[in-house]
Design a protein around this ligand. Structure first.
Ligand SMILES: Nc1ncnc2c1ncn2[C@@H]1O[C@H](COP(=O)(O)OP(=O)(O)O)[C@@H](O)[C@H]1O
Ligand SMILES: O=C(CO)[C@@H](O)[C@H](O)COP(=O)(O)O
Length: 499
């Protein structure tokens, strides 16, 4: 039997999956690493931690594997998007990576619009200039750490750096490059115009490749450290959301997923790169060659539930906290939550806004609060679905993935709020499975990613909207949508009191 490995380089941990030719996950290893948050709004990681934990994870996977190492023929990656890794002329790391959830770059986003022009910028990159994306981070280093920037010769994204350390070849795939704000998304090339207008040398942009492309073999040194064969092929891999899409079969027009992990994502397949959402949602290159996807992002989805549990019910597991929320009526007995606890992206690109509970009553219990948190997160994701529908997309079935898909009441709530059929897949691995599928397709096991998905993926359960709930949620959603504008001014004034 032959096997491939999917390496999912996430924000809190690297998850590695060993997958056989039928798509069965035969081994799984997770290795965590820390987040470095020295100031409010700062979020960094040491790339060396990613490399160390990926190699340790690969070694554990090979040690626990019953077969022979040379049966593992290839590996590929899914990576947290947008994080800036700056390298010098010897490809040495110049500073910690600045991550996707770092929001220090509001000024640089403004500068990008001033120098490139907002309309032109959206035209080229298909996206807004957001604090989380890579280009404003490059400008921040240029302006605030000029002595470091002077030594920078190349920038890459998190998984590209790990891949470089495994193969000693440096590349970036289109799906991840799309999140840098430097790629001409429709034409699949680095934007000379944006680089010139912002005083950047285009040579800092690495060589572009497709996600399934073979970029070489692991080095002998890595083979020695992990026990893998030095003949193991490495395929470029993709952005975590592109890989999540591959791993949940979002490979044809009309297919959509909702992912509730730390962040929340609603992603829908696009055959071409010429649709115009005017920057309202992200529009990126897919991990499948020459196709695209549109997506909306809730910055704190699972993170909101995590925060609520840690702050008010730390002794409970998620299952204990959520037990019985199915009995709380739709609308949580008049309690409404907005999940803006780390700012928001879609539909409000606002890193400063913060969340709220509206309608608190002395009769409310922790169960009302827990249900309100789930409803608020799901309403936020529904904002993205609404934009898709307003732009002519038909969304009647949504694949639900990520930690949020573990709770049946939440899956039913998604069906009722999205007013669409919700499907849970047998494997909730999403991005890691997508990475493994890129290696499987790249290794020639299947003629296309779609064929791979037909073999690897299987539906587990389906949830259909309950009419009565769906109509109550429609009413509540209009109230939810008013909270942002009605609390914006208050939030701005409260800013000065934040840590
Ligand atoms: N049993 C559960 N029921 C509902 N939600 C859960 C459960 N377990 C975890 N979660 C949610 O899923 C989130 C983690 O999802 P995951 O997809 O693993 O995220 P990431 O890959 O971003 O770390 C947690 O923050 C939590 O909010
Ligand atoms: O910023 C985005 C997408 O634009 C995030 O989706 C990151 O890619 C991180 O993902 P997780 O670590 O939460 O999975």
């Amino acid at each position: 039997m032959s096997y491939v490995i999917g390496v999912d380089l996430g924000t809190s941990a690297v998850k590695l999956l060993l997958v056989n030719k039928t798509g069965e996950v035969v081994r799984e290893v997770t290795k965590e690493y820390p987040l470095i948050q020295e100031r409010t709004g700062y979020s960094e990681q040491n790339p060396e931690d990613w490399v160390k934990q990926t190699i340790a994870g690969l070694k554990q996977l090979v040690d626990e594997f019953n077969g022979k190492a040379d049966e593992i023929v290839g590996l590929s990656f899914s990576g947290q998007m947008h994080g800036l890794v700056l390298l010098d002329e010897d490809n040495q790391i110049l500073r910690n990576a600045i991550l996707w959830n770092d929001t220090r770059t509001t000024e640089q986003c403004q500068e990008i619009y001033e120098k490139v022009g907002k309309e032109r910028f959206i035209n080229i990159t298909k996206n807004l200039a957001l604090e989380g994306f890579t280009l404003p981070k490059i400008l921040w280093v240029k302006e605030n750490e000029p002595e470091i920037f002077e030594k920078a010769r190349t920038f890459v994204l998190p998984k590209d750096y790990v891949r470089y350390r495994l193969t000693e070849t440096l590349h970036m795939d289109y799906s991840d490059a799309a999140g840098t704000s430097l790629l001409d998304v429709a034409n699949k090339e680095w934007s000379k115009e944006i680089c010139e207008l912002l005083g950047l040398n285009i040579s800092i942009c690495p060589q572009l490749v497709d996600s399934h492309e073979n970029v070489g073999k692991i080095t002998q040194n890595v083979a020695d450290q992990t026990g893998l064969s030095a003949d193991t092929d490495v395929f470029a891999g993709g952005a975590d959301n592109a890989c999540g899409a591959i791993g949940s079969g979002i490979l044809s027009e009309g297919k959509t997923f909702a992912s509730i992990g730390t962040s929340g994502v609603v992603l829908s397949y696009e055959l071409t790169g010429d649709k115009d959402y005017g920057g309202k949602v992200h529009y990126f290159n897919h991990g499948e060659k020459d196709t695209y996807y549109a997506m909306g992002v809730t910055l704190a989805a699972g993170h909101s539930l995590n925060w609520f549990k840690k702050t008010f019910a730390n002794e409970l597991t998620f299952d204990e906290l959520l037990k019985g929320i199915g009995e709380v009526p739709v609308g949580s007995n008049g309690l409404l939550f907005t999940p803006y606890i780390a700012g928001e992206r879609t539909p409000h690109a606002d890193s400063k806004v913060r969340g709220s509970f509206i309608g608190m009553d002395s009769s409310h219990t922790i169960k009302d609060f827990a249900r309100a948190v789930l409803e608020g997160i799901t309403f936020s994701l529904n904002e993205s679905i609404t934009i898709f529908r307003e732009n002519g997309k038909e969304i009647d079935t949504i694949y639900s993935i990520g930690g949020g898909a573990k709770n049946k009441d939440w899956l039913q709530m998604q069906a009722d709020i999205f007013n669409a059929k919700i499907v849970r897949l047998k494997s909730e691995q999403g991005p890691g499975m997508g990475a493994a599928m890129l290696a499987a397709f790249g290794s020639g096991w299947f003629p296309s990613l779609k064929d791979c998905a037909d073999t690897f993926l299987e539906d587990a359960e389906t949830y259909t909207p309950i009419k009565e709930n769906a109509s109550k949620y429609e009413e509540l959603f209009t109230l939810y949508r008013q909270v942002y504008t009605q609390t914006k001014q208050l939030n701005d004034s409260l800013m000065t009191f934040r840590k």
